[in-house]
Ligand binder design. Structure first.
Ligand SMILES: Nc1ncnc2c1ncn2[C@@H]1O[C@H](COP(=O)(O)OP(=O)(O)OP(=O)(O)O)[C@@H](O)[C@H]1O
Length: 299
């Protein structure tokens, strides 16, 4: 079990409302050192409101946010780094100049060459910020979030609007930032992103956290059944015995929902049924969200 001294942020009964909308409605969680913590939820769930309170940009109505490991003489601005959903950058200056401009805002900064290398900015250093692609812009924003060598980095929907290739590149980048030992708090409504990057997630819905834990553990907790699929042409001659076992036949395929995957596979092998084209459906965090709320994350 992690110790209290490993807690980087402790959030207790946090609340904030806007004109009758309970945007953040009594949430609790701890973020531990070196973790990538994901706040997951659909549009309007309360993720940005929550993260802006943690960043000190916005004030909570009640509850507390504590950074237990923040050194006594250090200002929060030096301890955290952040990217916003819609960060405005000066258009007519180059990437290198932008890094220099932001460096001047802090008393101490990470070595610029290290940031340039970590965020893969070498090839675009002399490009106008205005001319960057979505993925390049996100890499620059991440670099700016790292510039003060923060302990904790907040990323608010960092890959929204990026194409699948750029998203995957960005994930690799985040993995490398994790290797530096930084703590990351990320909001996203992409379940695959949360699954890929986050050690711990909290699923938000209408201002509340409705479930939290490690992605795989949560899936195991909520889905103890596997769904197997076989194409009909591979199993026509075994229809009777498969139906007796519980398989349901459709037009193109047959399906089995089981709590005992090894036994179901053994049955197929013992009966010399061709499993070369078997499909075992993996449950996703989106399935979990649907189970918990009745809605898809991207509705
Ligand atoms: N400044 C504000 N004034 C009024 N209502 C607000 C304000 N900021 C947020 N809200 C409302 O609070 C709720 C939570 O919004 P929030 O932006 O935190 O959600 P989110 O999960 O970050 O959504 P998204 O993924 O779209 O960014 C929404 O109903 C939103 O309309």
């Amino acid at each position: 079990m992690p110790h209290f001294q490993d807690i980087v942020i402790q959030i207790t009964d946090l609340k904030k409302s806007f004109k009758g909308i309970n945007a953040v409605d009594g949430i609790n969680f701890n973020v531990f050192k070196g973790q990538c913590f994901g706040l997951l939820g659909p549009n309007g769930a309360g993720k940005t409101t929550c993260i802006e309170i943690l960043e000190g940009i916005s004030k909570a109505d009640s509850g507390s946010v504590v950074f237990p490991a923040l050194p006594k003489k250090m200002h929060l601005n030096q301890y955290i780094g952040m990217t916003f959903q819609h960060t405005a950058l000066p258009d007519f200056i180059k990437v290198k100049e932008t890094l220099a401009l932001f460096s001047n805002l802090y008393p101490s900064t990470l070595d610029q060459n290290q940031i340039i290398q970590s965020c893969q900015l070498e090839d675009i250093l002399h490009r106008d910020v205005k001319k960057l692609s979505g993925g390049q812009r996100q890499r620059l924003l991440l670099a700016l979030a790292l510039i003060n060598d923060p302990e904790v980095i907040f990323l608010d929907e960092p890959t929204t609007g990026l194409d699948p290739h750029a998203r995957r590149d960005f994930w690799t980048l985040i993995e490398s930032i994790k290797q530096l030992g930084k703590t990351i708090i990320l909001t996203t409504h992409y379940m695959d992103e949360a699954h890929q990057l986050c050690d711990q997630i909290a699923i938000m819905h209408q201002g509340k956290i409705i479930e939290q834990g490690q992605p795989l553990e949560l899936l195991r907790k909520h889905f103890n059944r596997s769904v197997l699929n076989l194409p009909i042409e591979d199993i026509t001659e075994f229809k009777q015995s498969l139906e007796n076992y519980g398989w349901i036949f459709h037009k193109q395929n047959a399906e089995l929902e089981t709590e005992n995957l090894p036994e179901a596979i053994s049955f197929l092998l013992e009966n010399h049924i061709n499993i070369a084209h078997i499909n075992i459906q993996q449950r996703t965090l989106d399935d979990l969200f649907i189970k918990l709320t009745g809605n898809s994350l991207n509705d």
